[in-house]
Write a protein that binds this ligand. Structure first.
Ligand SMILES: [Zn+2]
Length: 56
């Protein structure tokens, strides 16, 4: 059996310092927001990058 994932796996990147240490802030009424643990940036704007699937 071959498992296929419909979802692309992505990583979130800080637009300020390009760190990937991004944590989502849940519960915002204006939509999802994120905070960068590296530089302290927070906001709705975040960069996302596709991760290549692991090949076994
Ligand atoms: Zn940052």
């Amino acid at each position: 059996m071959v498992h296929r994932r419909a979802k692309h796996k992505t990583i979130k990147i800080c637009p300020s310092c390009q760190s990937t240490q991004i944590s989502p802030i849940l519960g915002g009424i204006l939509g999802p927001r994120y905070v960068c643990e590296a530089c302290g940036y927070s906001g709705a704007l975040i960069l996302e990058q596709d991760l290549p699937d692991d090949v076994e």
